[in-house]
Every structure is written in C-alpha cells, then in structure tokens.
Design a protein around this ligand. Sequence first.
Ligand SMILES: *[C@@H]1O[C@H](CO)[C@@H](O)[C@H](O)[C@H]1NC(C)=O
Ligand SMILES: *[C@@H]1O[C@H](CO)[C@@H](O)[C@H](O)[C@H]1NC(C)=O
Ligand SMILES: *[C@@H]1O[C@H](CO)[C@@H](O)[C@H](O)[C@H]1NC(C)=O
Ligand SMILES: *[C@@H]1O[C@H](CO)[C@@H](O)[C@H](O)[C@H]1NC(C)=O
Ligand SMILES: *[C@@H]1O[C@H](CO)[C@@H](O)[C@H](O)[C@H]1NC(C)=O
Ligand SMILES: *[C@@H]1O[C@H](CO)[C@@H](O)[C@H](O)[C@H]1NC(C)=O
Length: 384
Amino acid sequence: MHPAATSGGGGVDGSDAKGGGDTLESGGYHRDSNHKHMFSGVAIKITLMLVVLGTTLVLLNQSSYPMTFFRNHNSNVFSFHQYTSPVSPPTSSVGYPQAKDENIELEKTLRNATMKDNKTVIITNLNAAWTEPNSVFDLFLESFKIGNGTAHLLNHLVVYAFDKTAYERCKAAARLHCYAVMTEGVDFSGEAYFMSEDYLKMTWRKIDLLRTVLELGYDFVYTDADVMWLRDPFKKFYADGDFEMSCDHYRANYSDLSNTANTGLTYVKSNNRTIELYKYWYNAQEYFPGRHDQDVLNMIKGNPFVHQIGVEFRFVDTAYFGGFCEPSKDLDDVITMHANCCIGIQNKMHDLTMVIHDWKRYMALPSSNRNSTIRSWTVPRICG
Ligand SMILES: *[C@@H]1O[C@H](CO)[C@@H](O)[C@H](O)[C@H]1NC(C)=O
Ligand SMILES: *[C@@H]1O[C@H](CO)[C@@H](O)[C@H](O)[C@H]1NC(C)=O
Ligand SMILES: *[C@@H]1O[C@H](CO)[C@@H](O)[C@H](O)[C@H]1NC(C)=O
Ligand SMILES: *[C@@H]1O[C@H](CO)[C@@H](O)[C@H](O)[C@H]1NC(C)=O
Ligand SMILES: *[C@@H]1O[C@H](CO)[C@@H](O)[C@H](O)[C@H]1NC(C)=O
Ligand SMILES: *[C@@H]1O[C@H](CO)[C@@H](O)[C@H](O)[C@H]1NC(C)=O
C-alpha cells in the first residue's frame, strides 16, 4: 500500500504491516550463513517448532484475517497458547554470540559519545553508497547544523560504519564517533538494494548491535541517515515509555499499536524489557524470512509475548516527526523529516535537498513574516 523504501545504508522505511500474511513460508528456515552457527545447537528444536508454526501460518494464510493474531491478542480464534509456543523467544542468551572484544570496542565508543547526564547516544548507519560527496550523509549532517538547537547533538552521534569507505568518511568528519561494524563475509560497500540479501543482513546486524548498546546500559536514539534533524527531539519525546518510534501514518493515539511503525527513528531506553524485546525481535527474523526489521516489528508489536515482556511502545506524531509518507503540516512544529516512502538515492537526494531549502527559507524570516506558504513543505515532489 505504501511502496515505501530506502536503499543504501540508512535503514528501512515505511512499509505496511497489513500485507503481513502474504509471504509467510512454512518451512522457512532462514539460510543466513553468517548466523547459522549460533543456532546449530538448537536447530532440531527450531525445526520442530517451525513445523508447528508453519502449520499455523498456513492456516492463517488461508483465513481471511491473515495477521490478526499478532495484533489482537485479546480476541478470538487463535489462543494465546497456540501462538506463543511456536515463536517462543529465547529464555537465555542462547543464540547470541558473546563477542567480547567487539563489546569492549563498542563500549569505548559509547563512553566517549554519550550525553553525560543521562547516558544517551544518537546512532546512525552508514555504508559507502551514502557517503559520496553531496550525498545523503552530507544532508544529514547539515540538518543538525542548520536545525534549531541541534548542533550540539552531533557531539553524541555514533556512526555504525558498515564498510571501510563509510568508516573513513566518518573519521574525516569532525566530532563524529565512528564504529567499524564487522560482518564476516559481507561486503556492504555498494548500494545495498532495498530488500536484497545484503540489505537484510545489514538491517539485522543493526538490530543486534542496538541490543548490545542497551545491554551496555545506554539509551539511544537510532536515526536513519535520511532523517533530517531540525529541532531537538528530546523536548518532544515522551518521558515515560520504553520504546518510542516514528510512524509512516499516525492514527491520533500514541499508544495505538495499529500505527504503522517506522523504525527509521526510534528512542529506546535501556532496561530489561527493551533488551528482551530486541532479542525477541532479532530471533523473529528466522520466522519471517526475507523481511526486514521494520516489517517484523510491525508483525510482532501486538504479540502476546511482547505484551508479557511489558514493554511500553509509544508512537510519535507525524505532526512533529514527519516524513514523505505523511509530512508535518506546519514548520513551526517540525522536529524531524524523514525520506520515507521514497526509493532510490537519487530521489531521496532530490527531495531532501528541497527539505533543506524549505527549512533555510523558513529560518531566514522572522516569525512574524512566516505565512502559511513559508510554514509549509514544498515536498514530497519526486518521492511520496
Ligand atoms: C540528556 O542530556 C542532554 C544534555 O547533556 C540533553 O540535551 C537531553 O535533552 C537529555 N535527554 C533526556 C532524555 O533528558
Ligand atoms: C529556536 O529555539 C529558540 C530557543 O529554544 C526559540 O526561542 C526559538 O523560537 C526557536 N525558533 C524556531 C524557529 O523554532
Ligand atoms: C573521543 O571522540 C573524539 C571525537 O569526538 C575523538 O577525537 C577522540 O579521539 C575520542 N577519544 C577516544 C578515547 O576515543
Ligand atoms: C489509544 O488506543 C488504545 C488501543 O487502541 C486504547 O486502548 C486507548 O484507550 C486509546 N487511548 C486514547 C487516549 O484514546
Ligand atoms: C535487569 O534486572 C536485573 C534484576 O532484576 C537488574 O539487576 C538489572 O539491573 C536489570 N538490567 C537493566 C539493564 O535494567
Ligand atoms: C507568503 O509570503 C511569500 C513571500 O514572503 C509570498 O510569496 C507568498 O505568496 C505568501 N503566501 C501567502 C499565503 O500569503
């Protein structure tokens, strides 16, 4: 419904959870060679579980309510028990490599980058395709500089560099905290086309690393690099809640799980609930082969186990945290602007450049001269 997508290292954008029923496969043991070793010990158990799950999914696929049970656990046909047993999450750290050295490196980076008062960092993903001169990453950095009260936040920005070019580009920019992501046997340096195998590996590697950040005790704001930061989001985030995220479409209630999550901007507090959620989310990729992190989150967000974990989701309003899917109406309110609902670097570049122009035009005038035209976006033009 919303053919929203991204390409390159920035992460994943708007897709629609409602399509969820269509590609579930019954015997779909994920053939991700990088992670296979982690699961080998429990492979047989998982296979058995998958048979059960597969049967359930096939039944669901044929029903006219493809994904209802993931969302609406209070109701009807699919009982709690039926649901939880096949997709039960890990109860321990089984399946998680304890890469000690990696954690030490990451912790060093986080310690240097953190906001001292509250152990919070800002994290983004970067690969070579997004680092060309005058590319998305430049616009991203520029947005912090021209945003109102956002320049200081750059001091706390951690860049997950997925390849050597991205790492060097990050190092060349003053102040940034660069973390070289090791992913065995994968070269992320090209444009990882949206939903390609490499693209998916990158998104799941990101989820894995974000869990580690939580385990190390840091809160984070994860942002795709195609999110323009124009005001300080901490002024608008909810004080309570564990996991806040932007959405493609906001349905007027911050706690309503039917909001379509867009994980391109998430604010996550470090606690046992969010750590469990990240483990569960990461493992869920095995059950939804070929899906990216955002799709999978949309499919598991209403799930009874997630409910049991007790994690509090909050969806932030597109009036403040907008995107090309649903732009904010008034630049007086805008905090971030995301190039979601947009496929391809060139298209993103085009419309994001207009975002920067719109913002400069807006900021150049005193508030008394900002009429409704000045306070509106001229985008999306190519995107959307
Ligand atoms: C954390 O501290 C920084 C300043 O160090 C501040 O800008 C930010 O708003 C704080 N965040 C929260 C959630 O309090
Ligand atoms: C920018 O921030 C300052 C200080 O918070 C505020 O007084 C001013 O109204 C803001 N300007 C805009 C355009 O948001
Ligand atoms: C901390 O980060 C700054 C960049 O903001 C960098 O210049 C410095 O070398 C880093 N220190 C350590 C110990 O990594
Ligand atoms: C928000 O949505 C949830 C779930 O649909 C509902 O339980 C809750 O009452 C709603 N809250 C408000 C303030 O409308
Ligand atoms: C998780 O819970 C344990 C025991 O209740 C507690 O000691 C620990 O600090 C918690 N960890 C986090 C990150 O909140
Ligand atoms: C707003 O102001 C601009 C110039 O400052 C002008 O071109 C535009 O027509 C005005 N729009 C409205 C709705 O008055």
